[in-house]
Design a protein around this ligand. Sequence first.
Ligand SMILES: *Cc1c(COP(=O)(O)O)cnc(C)c1O
Length: 404
Amino acid sequence: MGPIPPYFDATPTGHLRIGGKEAGDWLEEGDAPLFVYSADVVRQKVARLRSEFPDRVKLHYAVKANPYRPLLEIMSEEVDGLDLASRGELDQVKGLGLPLSMAGPGKSDADLAAALKAGVTIHLESEGEAERALSLGRELSLRPQLAIRINPPFALKGAGMKMGGLASPFGVDADRVPALVRLLVEADADWRGYHIYAGSQSLSADALIESHRATLDLVRSLTEKTGKIPAEVNLGGGFGIPYFPREKELDSAAVGKALADALSDLPAEYADTRFILELGRWLVGEAGIYLTRVLDRKESHGKTFLVTDGGLHHVLAASGNFGQFLRRNYPIANTSRFSEEAQMEASVVGRLCTPLDLLGDEVMLPDTKVGDIIAIFCQGAYGLSASPTAFLGQPSAKEILNDQ
Ligand SMILES: *Cc1c(COP(=O)(O)O)cnc(C)c1O
């Protein structure tokens, strides 16, 4: 299994400690499964990023990573803006009072109108969407704030999910961007600049550095063609966290240093351009733990199964069914015996009637009993909201913010 994030340790009685308490104290009897998100870990990550990146790089949070409202409230005190991927997310951030942007293919007229009325910067995914946003702006007598999402001619190398360098439903192909800039400027829209998102879950500082350099080169070549300096350049995200064996933490300090150098090489005309990083997973992924209780321990053909009251309907990615080609184990532990030696091999499964519902495949654990609590780590991003909660009619998980 992968590495347990460094923010968690054992209590003197050998239980997993979450925010000064035993993991089990977060659960009342029968109250599993539960996601516990640590506000402190989120604040530590933001503070680290701020210390590693130059001040002129603004930090946005990608809401789709985790839209749990108490977490959004913490986040809104920490970051400079929120990136949305739907109108539903616009509702979820109501009242948080930060600059907002909205990306995503397939924005309906109602989505665009809601974004216009809320003063959201719309990241245009196509020329057709641009036409609709402009005409809705005229209808509503609102000047649309529009940025162009570019389908970049390069991809983030080694990323868990590559986006760029290929035919894509996301963004406008780079060679057609200058014409679209001209169209927006002539239509008197508030053209904000560019948005480039080249991939997700990268642990390679070199790959991110190269992608930032390629992005800045692309922006400069677009400026040559359009004669217009963008007010904003959203550099995307893609910062990964280690989930699996042998994966190492991203050297974010190296990425920050290289970006500072690259920005200082830019011509003076870019002095007022806002550069933005929009991160989801890196900010919140390690802050979340999923707790589930062992309901049954059984043997079959010489293998031990620990059947829990959780499952892939809460933690789809941990089951390996959220875009992984090869199923691997997320970091997992028995919180009730956190300090005990691992001595049994067991497969931890969920309660859904499908063999896909595998949470830990042949993992080594202490001698685990019915009633023990299993933790799956790295569940702060793409957890509950990215899982098929209605599947099989099992109860949803609870969520709680630990802000002590
Ligand atoms: C999903 C998404 C993000 C966040 O990606 P992470 O890998 O979680 O950091 C950022 N920007 C856009 C446009 C996205 O779609």
